[in-house]
Design a protein. Structure first.
Length: 209
């Protein structure tokens, strides 16, 4: 049975209340992810992550608190929450921050909730070099971060005469940045057949019988 708008609003308020206890630089990103979903998307997110059941509003408050603890980054990695993916490897995913401190601000999310492997830093350096090359910032900062216990890396471009300040990016801005920064498939090198000019062949004297 679908939840009413009022019930969804109540759950959303509970999640936002818990998020408000996080550090500001982490709080705004998750808050935007939740507020960016309409009722249908939010309910689908809750059900896919087993945060609610049909009889949830008959259960006690303790179960509600357990549901609030679900990691939104794990849901992004599983494809249950939309994101703007730039690149990935076996252990990590690179996405755009939707509340960036600057143009090109990105996150490296470990596919393992509790562990940040070395290959995540390799991906961070790869994306940082791409940002440096294509967006031309003065420098690119790489910082470790943790939200809901989920390990991640922040890649923050710093531009001359521009202050680092959180602001919500529009969908148009994010799509354009994604196209500019995403990994491009490698082109296969075609082996060129060596062309031999007939005019360069050695002349063979003509033999007569």
């Amino acid at each position: 049975m679908p939840l009413s708008s009022g019930q969804l609003k109540q759950i959303k308020e509970q999640l936002l209340k818990q998020i408000s206890q996080l550090p500001e630089n982490q709080r705004e990103s998750i808050k935007a992810q939740i507020l960016g979903m309409n009722d249908a998307q939010f309910e689908q997110f809750l059900r896919q992550n087993k945060m609610i059941k049909d009889n949830d509003f008959e259960e006690d408050e303790q179960n509600t608190e357990d549901k609030e603890q679900k990691c939104i980054f794990c849901s992004i990695i599983e494809g249950k929450v939309p994101s703007y993916k730039l690149d990935e490897n076996k252990s990590s995913v690179a996405i755009l921050e939707i509340n960036p401190l600057s143009k090109g601000h990105s996150l490296i999310l470990s596919k393992n909730h509790d562990n940040l492997p070395n290959s995540a830093f390799s991906l961070a350096n790869k994306v940082a070099k791409r940002i440096k090359s294509r967006l031309k910032p003065e420098e690119v900062k790489i910082e470790n971060s943790k939200v809901f216990g989920h390990e991640s890396i922040q890649i923050i471009p710093v531009y001359k005469n521009e202050k680092l300040e959180k602001k919500k990016a529009t969908e148009e801005e994010l799509v354009l940045l994604k196209d500019k920064l995403k990994s491009k498939p490698k082109k296969k090198r075609e082996k060129k057949a060596r062309q031999v000019s007939v005019s360069n062949l050695p002349k063979v004297p003509r033999r007569f019988p």
